[in-house]
Design a protein around this ligand. Structure first.
Ligand SMILES: Cc1ncc(COP(=O)(O)O)c(C=O)c1O
Length: 376
């Protein structure tokens, strides 16, 4: 079986894990946690990074930090993994599902900007936050949204769980990494992400107070000192030293991981460019996407190609189900028709793209996809 997307642990991972075991620092205290946070902040070009137990926890904390509570409106992409929206619902806030644009697969900036401006004109309340997702490594066109959010004092959280390493290359955000632009950025290091800590996440921000409070809340809101004194309701969202050790090792190799993902995407793009009925993944203007999961849109749906590939020992996976189609989110308010989200979810299929996928394996995937499309 050629797997969809496996971790690559060929660097210093084992050495650093061994250090954890030999020193007995396997839990949430240990030098790797601080080191991982520092190195991550430097990689991203942000002042503060707080390591947490997973990406969902990072999003949950971000919303808590912004004071989101029952009844508050939070806008989020309709086309995303459920982990983006669930923390909104943990807080009994009210998600509004924003449709995507085909150019980037991310929430449509035109919808967002027009609605924020309309509300301003009419003196209507603005959302309490916008949770902007960068889907499968494709950067969201964030510049205009960020400007309007600042203008109307709407906090902007970036869910960059799937897009670590994607950046803006030209235009007003040139040189900035995704996740570093909003008030808070959230990342995931789950097993199949571009880098992994087994399970883990990171919250980043330029605001020292927000960062300190994130750390405090992630450690059960326990005050420093000998006494077990908690000044508010906190969470056990800490990252372990073992996970952080993996993170430090993986981050050392991010440049290689990014190069490998982009090389695979380039090869696949070239191989599939002439296929009718297949659309290539987005390459949003002014950005360098990561192609975390290299995904195609098949005009006749993802199930046929998935089964064809499976029968040939090639693992693939559909993209996310549009949130509005699933029971917990069916009754959420919506911005836009949701038709683009449905198109992406009906047609999108991710192909094998582990960073160590060999050229021969890539050729196998290419041949199988081409056979499927040309016979259909
Ligand atoms: C868009 C998005 N947001 C949030 C998450 C949550 O991350 P985690 O699985 O680490 O909780 C994920 C992925 O897992 C994701 O794809």
């Amino acid at each position: 079986m050629i797997p969809l997307c496996e971790p690559n642990l060929d660097g210093h991972e084992l050495a650093y894990l061994t250090q954890c075991v030999q020193t007995n620092f396997v839990s949430s205290v240990g030098a790797f946690v601080g080191q991982f946070e520092q190195n991550f902040a430097a990689f991203l070009g942000v002042p503060h990074a707080v390591a947490v137990s997973n990406g969902t926890a990072a999003i949950h904390l971000a919303l808590v930090l912004l004071g989101i509570g029952p009844g508050d409106e939070v806008w989020v992409s309709d086309f995303t993994f459920a982990a983006s929206i669930n923390p909104i619902l943990y807080l009994r806030a009210r998600p509004v599902l924003v449709d995507s644009e085909l150019e980037t697969w991310n929430l449509d900036p035109k919808l967002v900007v027009a609605e924020l401006k309309r509300r301003d004109r009419l003196g209507l309340p603005q959302p309490k936050a916008i949770l902007a997702v960068h889907i499968v490594g494709s950067p969201l066109q964030l510049h205009e949204i960020a400007q309007v959010c600042w203008q109307f004092h709407v906090p902007l959280v970036e869910d960059a769980a799937e897009a670590l390493g994607a950046r803006y290359t030209t235009g007003p955000l040139a040189g900035r990494q995704v996740g570093s632009i909003g008030d808070i950025g959230c990342f995931s290091f789950n097993g199949n992400k571009i880098m992994t800590t087994g399970g883990g996440g990171m919250l980043v921000t330029a605001d020292a107070q927000l960062a300190a409070r994130a750390k405090h809340l992630s450690t059960q809101a326990k005050e420093p000192g000998y006494a077990y004194f908690h000044d508010e309701i906190g969470y056990n969202y800490r990252l372990t030293n073992v996970a952080a050790a993996l993170g430090v090792a993986q981050l050392e190799r991010m440049d290689h991981f990014l190069e490998a993902k982009r090389a695979i995407a380039k090869r696949y793009d070239t191989a599939f460019a002439d296929l009718a009925g297949v659309r290539l993944p987005p390459r949003p203007a002014d950005t360098a996407p990561t192609f975390w999961l290299y995904s195609l849109l098949f005009a006749h749906g993802w199930l046929g190609p998935l089964q064809w590939l499976e029968a040939r020992g090639i693992q693939s996976r559909p993209l996310w189900t549009a949130l509005h189609r699933m029971p917990p989110y069916r009754d959420c308010a919506r911005l836009g028709s949701g038709l683009v989200a449905e198109e992406l979810c009906d047609q999108g299929l991710s192909l094998p793209c582990s960073v160590h996928l060999t050229l021969a394996q890539q050729d196998e995937v290419i041949a199988a996809v081409r056979q499927y499309v040309l016979k259909s």
